[in-house]
Ligand binder design. Structure first.
Ligand code: NA7
Length: 546
């Protein structure tokens, strides 16, 4: 057993690394525990063919260090996974973080000791760690959604999850099946189609896929954008989703509602977004996520593009989504729809031809054998709560976090839960992170946590937890913001709908960055008014005046 830490951080993704950077800077007795064999989080585990971020590289990186921003040269508009992993490693080295990181260490339990106000963490090998505070930086998209199907154990080929891609799979010349057509699936499909002898895509819900228009970033562009980094970040912080399209830096949009302009103007704006590529459609008009009629103009535009790209009308029809665009995560792809014009690629709608189970040679689909060498599961994640629930977290009275969330997820600001003192989450459920830039949310949260720990130290207290009524109020706010949007009209992982038996509840604060930070500052005002603070000596909650 180690000496007691002031702070234990779980997870070495971008959030955990930044928390560690802040804590090391404050000379805290801190240690970070990571289950993987390297830092990088998502970018350590998601190594499937074609894996790359769908937010532009120059925005999808840390903002806290102007020097780092200036020194690091992104090579492509959207960084591929290996480059993101290099960046995470560079950050760990550059800021001297490695000596505080314990890799290959999975935390399996975290139990709060109410008498001593500290957490006991246990690793998979039985090592015990004591820590006053614990930060869960376990990743919003980390726990894979596993597919159960009859006979899978008997299947003789290879099974691979995109979210935990095994090393050394050779797909060249193989008969491959991909299940799932979300962001991971569509990236995988475009790459696998190039090398597989045959690819069958099993689609349940089609995605709207916009061309990413990825390209190499030349020196001139990098220089120009670096000179404008402050402006870039400003636009990003003002933006709805944190992924401000850099092509529109000189002419930020949206300016109009979709039906306020003529059909010709509307088409010109959609054409400009299609040409710019990526996720820019989110900001094409102000009301695309609020007004169904406005949304339909955008959805129709993209549907017409699908019909143009796909030669076979029946296949184009299967690929065409009917739900509101943007209400599930928009995908950015490379030659995605064109893949279905290749002779070696088939698309199966599993609603019409269900996956019945597996046999040694492959899958039974719609009553027929689909023989294959490899099944790729691009089936997504138990988003936001899954990675936290994988740890047996027990707060006051031994109550588990699973029990706390059994009737629907509940947190204060996506950072704390009533009954779980001194436990902080980064990019947690009901924070903005799944619909905002998680790196920038984590930067803000790390600062908030630092200030909180400083406050406790200054006031001689050692325990903080969210007030239940403030947590309830937060969840009400999250739901009130989401209710009038089109997000609420579609089933998606934003509400936990992709996981059987997960209670349907909005998992994302949609109010944007500025409002989120203002709420968090308000909660911390007046001596942390939305929290109970106490000290181990008194054991009773005390009101603190500073
Ligand atoms: P997603 O977006 O959750 O996509 C998962 C896909 O897998 C989706 O098409 C699912 O269909 C499909 N799926 C899941 N389970 C099944 C079963 N049992 N049978 C058939 N198809 C299934 O995950 P991604 O990893 O692609 O992307 C996650 C996020 O990462 C993304 O939003 C970006 O923010 C980055 P369904 O929609 O459930 O019908």
């Amino acid at each position: 057993m180690n000496d007691e830490l002031e702070l234990a951080i779980i997870g070495a993704g971008f959030a955990g690394l930044h928390m560690l950077y802040r804590a090391v800077g404050s000379k805290r007795n801190v240690r970070l525990f990571e289950a993987g064999s390297s830092v990088g989080g998502t970018w350590h585990w998601n190594r499937y063919p074609g894996a790359r971020v769908d937010v532009e590289s120059m925005a999808y990186c840390y903002a806290f260090s102007p020097e780092l921003q200036q020194d690091w040269d992104w090579t492509e508009r959207y960084s591929p996974q290996p480059e993101l992993l290099r960046y995470a490693n560079h950050v760990a080295d550059r800021f001297g973080l490695r000596e505080h990181i314990q890799l290959d260490t999975r935390i399996v339990t975290a139990v709060f000791d109410e008498d001593r106000h500290r957490w006991t963490l246990t690793t998979q090998t039985g090592e015990r760690i004591l820590a006053r505070h614990c930060v869960l930086a376990t990743g919003l998209l980390h726990a894979p959604k596993r597919v159960q199907m009859r006979g899978l154990d008997s299947y003789r080929g290879i099974q691979a999850y995109t979210s935990q891609w095994p090393q050394g799979i050779d797909l060249a010349g193989k008969r491959v099946v991909v299940i799932g057509t979300g962001s991971s699936g569509i990236q995988t499909i475009s790459e696998v189609a190039k090398i597989a002898s045959h690819l069958t895509v099993l689609q349940r819900t089609p995605s709207y896929v916009i061309p990413a228009r990825n390209h190499v970033l030349d020196e001139d562009y990098l220089r120009q954008m670096k000179a404008r980094y402050e402006e870039l970040r400003l636009r990003q912080f003002e933006s709805m989703g944190g992924f401000f399209p850099l092509a529109f830096l000189d002419d930020p949009h949206p300016k109009f509602n979709a039906l306020e302009v003529s059909p010709e103007q509307r088409k010109a704006i959609y054409d400009a977004n299609w040409a710019a590529g990526g996720l820019s459609f989110y900001t094409a008009f102000k009301d695309l996520l609020l007004d169904p009629a406005a949304n339909e103009t955008c959805a129709d535009y993209v549907r017409s593009r699908i019909r143009e790209a796909v030669n076979d009308p029946a296949t184009a029809d299967k690929l065409t989504p009917r739900y509101p665009i943007l209400a599930r995560r928009l995908c950015a792809g490379t030659g995605y729809y064109e893949v279905y014009n290749q002779a070696n690629v088939d698309l199966v709608d599993v609603n019409a031809s269900p996956i019945e189970g597996a046999v040694p040679e492959g899958l039974m689909v719609g009553g027929k054998l689909l023989a294959c060498d490899i099944i790729i599961f691009a089936t997504g994640f138990d988003a936001l709560t899954g990675a936290i629930e994988k740890i047996d977290v027990r707060g006051r009275g031994g109550r588990t976090i699973k029990a706390h969330w059994a009737e629907g997820v509940s947190t204060y600001a996506g950072m704390m839960c009533a009954g779980f003192p001194n436990l902080m989450m980064m990019n947690g459920p009901s924070s903005p992170s799944a619909f905002w830039a998680p790196i920038q949310i984590a930067e803000y949260q790390a600062g908030w946590i630092e200030r909180c720990l400083n406050h406790l130290a200054r006031t001689g207290l050692d325990c903080i937890e969210a007030r239940p009524e403030c947590e309830a109020q937060w969840m009400q706010t999250v739901e009130q913001i989401a209710a009038p949007t089109l997000f609420a009209q579609v089933k998606s992982w934003y509400f936990g709908d992709n996981i059987p038996n997960k209670k349907h509840r909005m998992l994302v604060y949609l109010g944007g960055y500025a409002a989120y930070c203002a709420e968090c500052e308000h909660g911390a005002a007046d001596g942390y008014q939305n929290f109970k603070l106490s000290a181990v000596e008194s054991r009773a909650a005390v009101a603190v005046a500073v």
